[in-house]
Design a binder for this molecule. Sequence first.
Ligand SMILES: C[S@@+](CC[C@H](N)C(=O)[O-])C[C@H]1O[C@@H](n2cnc3c(N)ncnc32)[C@H](O)[C@@H]1O
Length: 258
Amino acid sequence: MAAEVQRGKLYLIGAGPGDAELLTLGAVRALARCDVVLYDRLVSPEVLSYAQPGAELIYVGKHEGDQDRTQARIFDLIRDRAYAGKTVARLKGGDPLIFGRGAEEWARALEEGIEVELIPGLSSALAVPALAGIPLTYRGVSSSLAVVTGHCCAIDVNAWAKHAAVDTLVVLMGVTNRQSAATALIRAGRNPDEPVAFIERGTLASERVIEATLAGVASGEVEVASPAVWVIGEVVQLRGKLRATAQESPEPVLEPQA
Ligand SMILES: C[S@@+](CC[C@H](N)C(=O)[O-])C[C@H]1O[C@@H](n2cnc3c(N)ncnc32)[C@H](O)[C@@H]1O
């Protein structure tokens, strides 16, 4: 009788926002021992280069309208490879549990009797603005922060009214609906002159930062492509000062008001 194959383990790994320098030690170590890597659209080739040589690399990026079919394929691949005794890395952009369906994959794997280890990653929501020189909180300027989705199916116009009370808003997946979101925020009482920034392809060599006002976004004058992190709030104006501080000698950063 053939010996039973021992089930492989699943590592649910956050790949960070793109720059491989932002991988955690845990992620690098796990990638080096996995037989199979299932990776998303926003995982960079530099990050993939940490996979064990000879590992099977499978692209499972989702595309508009095809998300559910791709998700079903991901569940199947995890189960098939783990049941064949392989160690599987599920490598997701940023942190796996922030707008990433990572918790669904975790729960599903446990239901299938597969051991799971979570390795959190640096979310683009935090790391991308930081490396662009935007502190998301700042004494006297911003004492509250919300990370929200701008995806049309997950949020309606009324939801923006709820978010409007927070000092700094970080919007993921907000490029497509930016105009209606900005309009809704202004209607909910947000200052039209409030500074905003889109950080496109953050942390990568091709990063682009577009600064504007909320009213500018609402009027459709801002050109930006996905993926981008959209920061809304007075903290955006600190960017020029902090970057000047890093590069040349500086004016003092904004004085806290309290
Ligand atoms: C499906 S969500 C996944 C978020 C991810 N789990 C995280 O924690 O960063 C994808 C969104 O993350 C943002 N994003 C991820 N990586 C990015 C990057 N390098 N630059 C700018 N935005 C990024 C964009 O808003 C994009 O639409």
